[in-house]
Ligand binder design. Structure first.
Ligand code: ZN
Ligand code: MN
Length: 510
């Protein structure tokens, strides 16, 4: 049997989160309280109306394009893509065909510790369609709130080779869109939608660049459905190849989430079916041409300089500079707020270290000496303690400053409080938004009290386990593990085992 490899490309639609729609003043909100409220003659496609381009949408397209190393077209225009469907009031979609705003570029992804660049074909701007709501009877409803919302279409080259790569690409793109703050990119809310295309090719044809007719799977709205539908499609097409009947023509298939299979929808329209032609009601966009008739309302250089560091670059830097593990770096760069917070905490803690009046050595030496342990403490308390609190509260920001959290970390690092007490301090900091000192003062949480509390439990455990105590005193010191376990159990695993051991040893020696 001939060895086959999957050739996968993606087409992603991203709804830009601008204030207004692409060609009219209607609020860009697809889900207001009522259907058909954010509408006007322009986005309803009434005859005789004139669209006006939303400059912010162009700016955001440039932001994404530049971040992904794309080339800005010297000039381009919008085209009419003609087709009839009830969700398209004009009978055509204003899109871009022959010249997109952005050409080429790439997005770097990391799949199982290997970095790979996925090339992009293009990024263009177009308008979203209305939303159809089908009843299970014989009627459908149309909600035009979504009609005319700016959509970015990102098209990749067929560079992707596995369903996992496809999923990771989408997750990375989502992160980039959120770092750039151009789109909420929530797949469940339809702010990011994906079509995949896939064909198989004998591995021996690798160098010929020959591709076989592809199958497109439309409207996938979760990372999981992208991955699952591709896995299914690879199996289905492999069978066809094995039976000597590889797909002969390009087709479009849908994904049946419940039955976990793809099904044939229609043969794909040929491009000429759309009868593209330049949109006569909109001006040409000139980005670089000297002959520019109108000044762009923004400076491309300025946009370029204002771009944030991309998540993958940040991840690499976190790995290299701070010695975080890969899983830690991934979590901590998940979004810009968290990444900035983490970095500020590290800086603060570092500044505190350096400020210590010490004979330990130069600043660099002090940092090197404590770095590993400190970073471990920071990562642990951020990921395992703070983020769950944040998740429970369904928040995306923090109720206290990185400085506050750094103070807290120092307290933990210097072992001034047990792990139990630290947890309760953090919870109170989180719910009350106050700094460490205030929390300790307001709630009279002192390390001594904490020690007393554990001390009492230690005493109880010793009292109720005379045989074990006897064994210990006869020199069988391993049994202390049992006693530690008992204390941990009584404190719901919240106490610091080191402290428990110390207190036990102290009691048992008398
Ligand atoms: Zn409108
Ligand atoms: Mn499109």
């Amino acid at each position: 049997m001939v060895k086959l490899e999957p050739i996968i490309g993606l087409e992603i639609h991203l709804e830009l989160s601008t204030k207004s729609k692409l060609f009219c003043h209607c609020p860009n909100d697809a889900h207001p309280v009522k259907p058909n409220t954010n509408i006007c003659p322009i986005c309803l496609g009434h005859p005789g109306v004139l669209p006006v381009i939303n400059q912010e949408a162009i700016k955001r397209t440039l932001k994404l394009g530049l971040s992904l190393n794309g080339k800005i077209s010297e000039y381009c225009w919008f085209d009419r893509k003609n087709y009839f469907y009830p969700d398209l009031p004009k009978g055509y979609q204003i899109s871009q065909y022959s010249l997109p705003i952005i050409n080429n570029g790439f997005l770097e992804i990391e799949v199982e510790k290997i970095n790979k660049k996925i090339s992009l074909t293009r990024i263009h701007l177009e308008e979203d369609t209305a939303k159809l709501l089908h009843s299970d009877k014989d009627w459908s409803l149309i909600d035009f709130n979504r009609s005319g919302i700016p959509l970015l279409e990102v098209v990749t080259d067929p560079d992707i080779r596995t369903p996992l790569e496809a999923k990771i690409f989408l997750q990375e793109l989502q992160k980039v869109a959120r770092y750039l703050d151009i789109s909420k990119a929530n797949m469940e809310k339809g702010q990011m939608r994906c079509d995949v295309n896939i064909s198989l090719r004998p591995v021996k044809n690798k160098l010929t660049k020959k591709f076989y007719p592809k199958t497109e799977i439309k409207n996938l709205n979760s990372f999981k459905s992208v991955e699952d539908s591709l896995i299914y499609e690879i199996k289905r097409q492999t069978k066809k190849w094995q039976n000597g009947q590889p797909p002969q023509r390009q087709t479009t298939r849908g994904w049946d989430e419940n039955n976990h299979l793809t099904y044939e929808q229609r043969s794909k329209e040929e491009e000429q079916d759309y009868r593209y032609f330049p949109e006569p009601d909109l001006p040409m966009l000139r980005f670089k041409s000297k002959k520019s008739k109108f000044e762009l309302p923004f400076d491309i250089k300025e946009i370029e300089q204002s771009l944030p560091e991309l998540p993958i670059a940040k991840r690499k830097r976190f790995l290299k500079n701070y010695g975080l593990t890969l899983p830690e770096a991934k979590i901590l760069t998940e979004n810009q707020v968290l990444a900035d917070f983490t970095e500020k905490v590290i800086m603060e803690v570092q500044a505190w270290l350096v400020s210590l009046e010490t004979i330990e050595g130069t600043e660099q030496e002090i940092w090197q000496k404590h770095k590993n342990q400190l970073i471990k403490v920071i990562a642990n308390w951020l990921i395992n303690r703070l983020l769950p609190l944040q998740k429970r509260a369904a928040k995306s920001d923090f109720p206290f400053t990185p400085e506050n959290f750094a103070e807290f970390i120092i307290l933990v690092y210097e072992k001034k409080v047990s792990s139990t007490l630290a947890q309760s301090i953090l919870e109170k900091m989180f719910s009350e938004g106050k700094d460490v000192d205030r929390i300790i003062e307001d709630h009279q949480l002192t390390p001594e009290q904490d020690k007393d509390k554990i001390g009492k439990i230690v005493f109880e455990v010793i009292k109720s386990n005379p045989e074990i105590v006897e064994k210990y005193q006869q020199g069988k010191h391993v049994v202390i593990q049992f006693l530690i376990g008992q204390v941990m159990k009584k404190t719901q695993g919240q106490s610091d085992p080191g402290l428990v051991r110390k207190l036990l040893e102290k009691e048992l020696k008398i």
